[in-house]
Design a protein around this ligand. Structure first.
Ligand code: ACO
Length: 358
């Protein structure tokens, strides 16, 4: 299949991080399959409050979270991502050998050298190149947008984009300000090349602000071991997640509506034309604030926070998969999505769900 050469300079706005819309390449992307996986064990707010000073009422009223899944023995990023990717392959009707690229968005890899190759081997996608991409809770959206560039350029035809996190590894379970928020999980989307008129990525934005990095970190600790004479070497290891919750909250309710408004204006799409708001699942109050800003009714805002909490890079594909399987999201539906989190990083995309191609 040939759709011509790409030219990213033909973008729709002056922003340095904007999609070509419509694509100048003649080549678009279609979202054709989805899958997800969760650890077996669920921990309720009530169970957590046996361990730390908190309550179901505090957690629910501040966040909307009622429970979270936590990976147990034998459950890892590799096993969760593999299960999600396998389900997405089945949904798309692809064989593993057809996959050209696997992008794994994660901030909690099994191996800092990269976990995606383990997933590639586990699903038997022998032809695929596989690597990790780290952008915290924006990781899935950034990976989907990155995958779209490879497809639009003609480099690859079929891509699996996986978001998987196991932040339970990196939480201080005695810190009630953070441990109640996060859960583990994985989700995957299968994307393939289609002629540009069928393009399912209508527009996107990607943003970073490292000057606010300290608001939310999972940072390398500063420990040294003596080496030779006066020389020393750093010891590998990370401090638990540290978050300034109020600053991150203010950042999210300011930047997410701004990026979505920008996308709607750039594409000429009105908020009432959206079938779904599919935002990173961090806090129900953030979802409500964004929905109110665009007058999107609650029944068109996708949320599974009450069951799973914030699963970081996994939230968007996990939520999408649930809404596909129960029939809420259907082929042709228009979805406004936004990811946001540590970095700080954030972004948005207007997506159209295609479904499996015959
Ligand atoms: N149970 C009971 N009390 C608690 C708990 C808890 N689990 N956590 C905090 N408190 C207490 C605090 O100690 C504080 O008490 P004090 O006033 O006596 O000191 C009080 O509750 C208020 O604490 P705040 O931190 O001000 O609570 P806030 O209303 O801001 O809610 C929350 C905290 C839910 C974390 C909120 O700030 C939030 O959701 N922020 C955004 C998080 C987010 O969106 N993250 C996304 C990115 S995640 C990523 O990228 C990996």
């Amino acid at each position: 299949m040939s759709f011509g050469a790409g030219n990213p300079a033909d973008s729709a706005s002056s922003s340095p991080a904007v999609s070509a819309s419509p694509s100048s390449t003649g080549r678009g992307i279609a979202l054709v399959g989805c899958g997800s996986a969760l650890p077996a064990a669920s921990i309720s707010n009530a169970a957590l409050s046996e361990r730390i000073e908190t309550s179901d009422d505090w957690i629910r009223s501040r966040t909307g979270i009622g429970a979270r899944r936590v990976a147990g023995p034998g459950e890892t990023i590799t096993t969760l991502a593999t299960a999600a990717a396998t389900a997405a392959l089945e949904h798309a009707g692809w064989s593993p050998e057809q996959v050209d690229l696997i992008l794994l968005a994660t901030s909690s890899p099994d191996d800092l050298f990269g976990t995606a190759p383990r997933v590639q081997a586990a699903i038997g996608a022998h032809r695929a190149v596989a690597f990790d991409l780290t952008a915290a809770c924006s990781g899935f959206l950034f990976s989907l947008i990155t995958a779209a560039q490879y497809i639009r350029s003609g480099a690859f035809e079929r891509v699996l984009v996986i978001g998987a996190d196991q932040l339970s590894r990196w939480i201080d379970w005695d810190d009630r300000r953070t441990c109640v928020l996060f859960g583990d999980g994985a989700g995957a989307v299968a994307m393939q090349a289609v002629p540009q008129p069928q393009d399912g990525l209508l527009a996107f934005r990607m943003r970073s602000d490292g000057s606010r990095n300290a608001c939310l970190t999972l940072a390398q600790t500063e420990t040294h071991r003596p080496l030779i004479g006066s020389l020393s070497a750093q010891v590998g290891g990370f401090a638990p997640i540290h978050m300034n919750g109020q600053e991150v909250y203010k950042f999210a309710v300011r930047e997410v509506p701004a990026v979505l408004a920008d996308l709607l204006e750039a594409t000429g799409i009105a908020a009432d034309q959206l079938n779904w708001l599919l935002l990173h699942q961090a806090n129900q109050r953030i979802l409500d604030a964004v929905a109110n800003r665009f007058a999107v009714p609650q029944e068109r805002v996708l949320s599974n926070l009450s069951s799973y909490g914030n699963t970081s890079a996994a939230t968007i594909p996990l939520m999408l998969d649930e809404a596909l399987r129960d029939g809420r999201v259907r082929p042709g539906h228009l979805i406004a999505s936004s990811g946001f989190g540590a970095g700080l990083s954030w972004g948005g995309a207007l997506l159209r769900w295609s479904g499996p191609q015959s």
